[in-house]
Design a binder for this molecule. Structure first.
Ligand code: PLP
Length: 261
């Protein structure tokens, strides 16, 4: 039996809809063995984030060493990294162990407004992590911060993708879900030369908590199985569309997507 292994370096969501929990559930549903290195613990439910508790960099480094000394992941993703020092620690270990197939989900702010990345850490992300990335998957607000521009059109999405690719990410996917309007959601994928556009209908629902985490986890799982970046992005898009369409409807607030395949 061929076992594919994926690693997530991310924060815990006690409510189970986002973060490490969403990643591991998604890996499992897509037939990939999941591993995790925790960066922070959040106290969280569908109503919002009640607490954020980052781990020491020593704890982050030790988890990554434990994995690196014994288990080689076929693909790796990063999610909530919280601080510049955690970013530098994670990037150093990714380089040390030569892990490729890296998906960087530049998590910054939870939908309720809580900060999951300190503002001053954005430069560390750009300097240390993006050059290691195979695919970076910002949503529109994240792409605006990284690329230092306002995005109001498809042309702007393309320009932001270009700028982020210049920072070292081999592929960039700017996800259109946070765009305005009732029309289709259009994601833009850039490989440094050409653009690919992926459209899906906008789904009217409150239950989108953990969407970005689940999408990037599905992409990581498919890369672990050996799909090309474009194939993996297409499979992840189909997975997240179904996950949003079939929302579980649990919790009194902003509920999770459906991770069941
Ligand atoms: N909590 C953690 C630990 C996360 O990693 C993320 C994801 O990006 C979120 C919360 C964000 O959740 P939401 O989809 O509600 O913005």
């Amino acid at each position: 039996m061929n076992v594919y292994k994926a690693l997530t370096i991310a924060g815990s969501d006690s409510g189970g809809g986002a973060g490490i929990q969403a990643d591991l559930k998604t890996f499992q549903e897509l037939g990939v063995y999941g591993m995790s290195a925790l960066t922070a613990v959040t106290a969280q439910n569908t109503l919002g984030v009640q607490g954020v508790y980052p781990l020491d960099t020593e704890a982050v480094a030790r988890q990554l060493d434990s994995i690196g000394e014994d288990l080689t992941p076929d693909a790796v993703k990063t999610g909530m990294l919280f601080s510049g020092e955690i970013i530098r620690t994670a990037a150093g270990k990714i380089r040390q162990y030569g892990w490729d197939n890296l998906v960087v989900d530049p998590v910054m702010v939870a939908k309720g407004g809580s900060s999951l990345l300190q503002r001053e850490a954005v430069q560390s992300l750009i300097q240390h992590l993006l050059p290691l990335a195979l695919v970076t998957t910002p949503n529109i607000p994240e792409a605006e911060i990284i690329a230092e521009m306002t995005i109001a059109s498809l042309t702007d999405c393309e320009e932001a993708a270009r700028r982020i690719a210049q920072m070292g990410s081999r592929y960039v996917v700017v996800k259109g879900g946070h765009g305005s309007g009732n029309g289709a959601v259009r994601d833009v994928m850039y490989d440094g030369k050409n653009f690919v556009y992926m459209e899906s209908p906008r789904i009217d629902t409150l239950h989108t908590h953990g969407t970005g985490c689940t999408y990037s986890a599905a992409l990581t799982a498919e890369l672990a199985k050996g799909q090309s970046a474009e194939e993996a992005v297409r499979t992840a898009k189909a997975f997240i569309r179904a996950a949003i369409e079939d929302g579980l409807g649990i919790g009194a607030g902003h509920g999770p997507t459906n991770h069941f395949a």
